[in-house]
Design a protein around this ligand. Structure first.
Ligand SMILES: *[C@@H]1O[C@H](CO)[C@@H](O)[C@H](O)[C@H]1NC(C)=O
Ligand SMILES: *[C@@H]1O[C@H](CO)[C@@H](O)[C@H](O)[C@H]1NC(C)=O
Ligand SMILES: *[C@@H]1O[C@H](CO)[C@@H](O)[C@H](O)[C@H]1NC(C)=O
Ligand SMILES: *[C@@H]1O[C@H](CO)[C@@H](O)[C@H](O)[C@H]1NC(C)=O
Ligand SMILES: *[C@@H]1O[C@H](CO)[C@@H](O)[C@H](O)[C@H]1NC(C)=O
Ligand SMILES: *[C@@H]1O[C@H](CO)[C@@H](O)[C@H](O)[C@H]1NC(C)=O
Ligand SMILES: *[C@@H]1O[C@H](CO)[C@@H](O)[C@H](O)[C@H]1NC(C)=O
Ligand SMILES: *[C@@H]1O[C@H](CO)[C@@H](O)[C@H](O)[C@H]1NC(C)=O
Ligand SMILES: *[C@@H]1O[C@H](CO)[C@@H](O)[C@H](O)[C@H]1NC(C)=O
Ligand SMILES: *[C@@H]1O[C@H](CO)[C@@H](O)[C@H](O)[C@H]1NC(C)=O
Ligand SMILES: *[C@@H]1O[C@H](CO)[C@@H](O)[C@H](O)[C@H]1NC(C)=O
Ligand SMILES: *[C@@H]1O[C@H](CO)[C@@H](O)[C@H](O)[C@H]1NC(C)=O
Length: 735
């Protein structure tokens, strides 16, 4: 069906008049109930019919260069209906609406408008009738967002019964999503893909990833120390032109991996926007080519743009990287540079903009750094370069950039976070600010750059506002946080922000009522690292009755293990020693959890107790006998060593953002230790006792040098709140 603009405008004004006429979801969906009432139950659906005339259509108007077809999006929707609502609805193609089906087609994309009144391809209409449902997308991407509404309503409605009526929905802004600093912390491909699944469920279409960066450089460090300071370039290109640039090949993306990330995200309507940072935050480049440093005896992370090799080096890097990227826009970074070299900076940005534009037909974006006319009579940044605003002291996004003719993406630091600790920013999104962050106490939105002074905010319908992305930075480098802690920074707030980025009008109380229910049904991710279980006991291995080669899980979940090697099993339990390992069908479990076991070390030979591919709980290593958690290559060492030749009742506890190790020796009182991180850089504060929220590794038990008896291994969901009392207070200072 095609809607006329007039029908739509009248529907829109109707929706505005009756603000209760909406589907509660994240985001909310304007919905008008049929006058006669009635419902249609999703459980009656037996197929998805994709309009055959549009099955191969794609949306070319978005940021991605690899848009899925309407048929491909519909196949993914079908899989989601099965996995989240247990509905079997195979995809067929056809000409029209069928009974008991979901018909997916395209309508007139000009009929749907964004906040600035322009047509948007991301809009859709849903008609719920007594025979079935039609989704009419302004494009395949619009139809995809419509499928998210159906999934959400299926989860939230009683007996999956949807009211009869019509939803007409369009996003206010074109860029909605999140930013992650992958330069100062490595995130494996699977994690990034699961984050895209998370974003997509809330109709967010952008995941901006920062692919190069470094710890702040203290000017007083010796050149040797500057040379070894943490920096990373996350593409493992193998290209001889970049030989020596990437020193962390195992913590980088190969082309195959990067392709998989982009394809997987695109299949759910999310575009990866890649950023390679220069001419500031470029220590990885000056460590590679020290002659390019602007301040050879100072902050080594700035490039000397006047050096004849700097721009050719950056063109080389982009020449190698650009063919990997499937977005229409790439990000040059261009953040925090020397204010003594503004004209050089402008020259750099403009040169890269024309080079990338002419040679690769891509747009470029930079972080707002030096606003136009920072130097009178100088050439400003080309107005076709889009500006990602983050801080008013780097330029006023409305008064200077938008009024100066630039398009601006809102990443104001009202929604900034720094992993683990910061003197300026929180570790989680601030829900109060999301629901009440407008200067007048109203809801936050992409046009709100300034949460206090409305003179700095354009009108909602200003066409130069591209959208909004919050940002999570890793200022303290890789050892300050685990991979999944980044997700926990975003877990609760990002969906709420998704409502505001779209232009929804969800209230905070409504959000808390539906969030966990919707969260439990987000397809294609398990970011909580949850394990399905019949009861709160997830796994239970007694080990005193195990058959050789096999241990039964008595939890009722049948997570039986296989024991390799030549195990000795007795009433003391399983004897772990070199070559003996238990392989479980599980990998790891996220917060909250309690893993308890009885253990009697027979020697001080250290080794792994519990392991998963990137996380290990060790009794010690070859040079240190202390109990240690290793995750993502970083070690968190306890001030504790397991005593030999005595039984210890141990509990490893994941509670909120902390991880504890409780031990009760024979005839002794319980003692509790916390795994914490010391963070700090020579340019920044040092902070001791930072909590680490580490998932418990479960894939392998033993398997290394550790010698001792183990019995009564039990994993429970949840943790005793009494352990909160052992939370170590932070200590902040300087070395
Ligand atoms: C570098 O050393 C000088 C002289 O000791 C000192 O004044 C300055 O604060 C130091 N800078 C930093 C960033 O530590
Ligand atoms: C930058 O490089 C140019 C050309 O090599 C050189 O003349 C200039 O001194 C350098 N600037 C700084 C601040 O080192
Ligand atoms: C911006 O891009 C448009 C479209 O390519 C072009 O017509 C226009 O001249 C460009 N503006 C500037 C300032 O380069
Ligand atoms: C961890 O949780 C504690 C207690 O809830 C809280 O005070 C602290 O800010 C949290 N820290 C981080 C890094 O999230
Ligand atoms: C959250 O945001 C509100 C509104 O801007 C502010 O008053 C409050 O201090 C913030 N909370 C934290 C923990 O930063
Ligand atoms: C509010 O913003 C306007 C425009 O930038 C500025 O002129 C004014 O001084 C600001 N008011 C306050 C109280 O900061
Ligand atoms: C043992 O762990 C400590 C602390 O993480 C580390 O400094 C040391 O290099 C490790 N030793 C070996 C042999 O792995
Ligand atoms: C990459 O290799 C380094 C050096 O061997 C190691 O410390 C780190 O843990 C590895 N990283 C990952 C993610 O495996
Ligand atoms: C380790 O614990 C002991 C007491 O059990 C304490 O005296 C010592 O200072 C601790 N060491 C560290 C590095 O925290
Ligand atoms: C290792 O644990 C012992 C106590 O068993 C403690 O004295 C020592 O300080 C710990 N070492 C480290 C590096 O934490
Ligand atoms: C962990 O336990 C605390 C305390 O009982 C609770 O507030 C929190 O919601 C729990 N977290 C999860 C993920 O269940
Ligand atoms: C993390 O790295 C910092 C340097 O950035 C170092 O001081 C600290 O000891 C490290 N912490 C751990 C737990 O490895």
């Amino acid at each position: 069906m095609r809607l006329s603009t007039a029908t739509l405008l009248s529907l829109n004004s109707l929706v505005q008049l009756q603000c209760s006429a909406r589907w509660l979801g994240i985001p909310t969906v304007p919905f008008t109930q049929s006058p006669g009432g009635g419902t249609f139950a999703l459980k009656h659906i037996n197929s998805i019919i994709v309009d055959e005339q549009y099955q191969n259509s794609v949306n070319n108007l978005g940021e991605t260069l690899i848009p899925p077809t309407l048929l491909e999006f519909s196949e993914t929707f079908s899989a989601d209906l099965l996995s989240t609502l247990n509905l079997k609805a195979p995809v067929v193609t056809g000409k029209s609406v069928g009974s008991q089906s979901i018909f997916i087609t395209l309508g007139d994309s000009r009929a749907f408008v964004d906040a600035a009144g322009r047509p948007t391809a991301e809009a859709y209409e849903i008609q719920v009738t007594k025979n079935g449902i039609s989704i009419i997308g302004a494009s395949p991407l619009g139809a995809w967002w419509g499928t998210r509404s159906i999934l959400q309503q299926g989860v939230l409605s009683k007996n999956q019964a949807l009211s009869l009526g019509t939803a007409v929905d369009a996003p206010g802004w074109g860029i909605r999503g999140a930013f992650l600093d992958c330069g100062r912390h490595y995130y494996p491909p699977e994690f990034l893909m699961e984050m895209c699944s998370y974003l997509s469920y809330f109709k967010q279409n952008t995941f901006h990833i920062h692919l190069s960066d470094n710890l702040n450089v203290n000017v007083n460090l010796s050149s040797e120390r500057k040379d070894e300071l943490y920096s990373a370039f996350r593409l493992n290109t193998g290209d001889p032109r970049l030989d020596g640039l990437n020193k962390r090949l195992n913590e980088s993306y190969t082309r195959v991996e990067f392709e998989e990330i982009q394809q997987s995200c695109a299949s759910r309507g999310v575009t990866i926007i890649p950023e390679i940072e220069a001419p500031g935050h470029a220590l990885v480049i000056t460590q590679w080519k020290p002659e390019l440093a602007l301040e050879p005896t100072g902050d080594w992370s700035l490039l000397n743009i006047s050096h004849p090799e700097t721009i050719p080096t950056m063109k080389n890097i982009w020449d190698v990287a650009i063919p990997w990227f499937h977005s229409k826009t790439v990000h040059l970074g261009a953040d925090e540079y020397s204010s003594d070299a503004i004209s050089e900076y402008n020259l750099y940005v403009n040169t890269m903009h024309s080079y990338i534009g002419e040679r690769y037909s891509k747009n470029v974006r930079i972080w707002g750094t030096f606003p136009p006319n920072s130097i009178p009579d100088e050439d400003n940044i080309n107005t076709n370069v889009s500006i990602q605003h983050w801080e008013f002291y780097e330029g006023n996004p409305y008064q200077q950039y938008i009024k100066g003719g630039y398009n601006v993406l809102n990443s104001d630091d009202a929604m900034y976070m720094v992993s683990k600790w910061s003197g300026s920013y929180p570790q989680k999104l601030n829900l109060t600010r999301i629901f009440h962050g407008a200067p007048d106490g109203g809801q936050y939105a992409p046009y709100i750059f300034d949460t206090k002074n409305s003179s700095n905010n354009p009108l909602r319908d200003n066409p130069n506002i591209l959208g909004h992305l919050p940002a999570l930075w890793n200022d303290f480098g890789p050892n300050a946080s685990t991979v999944h802690e980044a997700y926990f920074s975003y877990r609760e707030g990002l969906p709420a922000l998704g409502d505001k980025q779209w232009g929804g009008d969800l209230l905070m109380s409504e959000y808390y009522n539906i969030f966990e229910t919707l969260h439990a049904a987000i397809p294609a991710q398990n970011l909580d690292l949850a394990i399905p279980s019949r009861s709160s006991t997830i796994l239970s291995y007694d080990f005193t009755h195990a058959n050789r080669g096999h241990v039964s899980d008595t939890s009722g979940n049948r997570y039986d293990g296989i024991i390799s090697g030549k195990p000795s099993i007795s009433s003391d339990g399983l004897k772990l020693e070199n070559g003996v390992a238990v392989h479980t069908p599980l990998i790891s479990k996220g917060r909250n959890y309690s893993l308890s076991f009885n253990i009697k070390p027979l020697s001080d030979t250290p080794g792994p107790l519990f392991s998963a591919p990137t996380t290990f709980l060790l009794s010690g290593n070859d040079s240190l006998p202390n109990v240690t958690f290793v995750t993502g290559g970083n070690a968190y060492v306890l001030n504790y060593t397991l005593p030999v030749n005595v039984w210890n009742a141990v509990k490893v506890i994941g509670l909120n953002n902390a991880t504890y190790f409780s031990v009760t020796g024979e005839g002794k009182k319980e003692e509790v230790h916390e795994f914490t991180a010391t963070i700090g850089t020579d340019s920044n504060a040092y902070v001791w006792n930072n909590p680490m929220g580490i998932e418990v590794p479960l894939q392998t038990i033993g398997g290394g040098g550790f010698e001792g008896y183990l019995r009564n291994v039990e994993l429970k969901d949840g943790a005793d709140e009494k352990y909160m009392a052992f939370y170590e207070p932070l200590v902040i200072g300087h070395l």
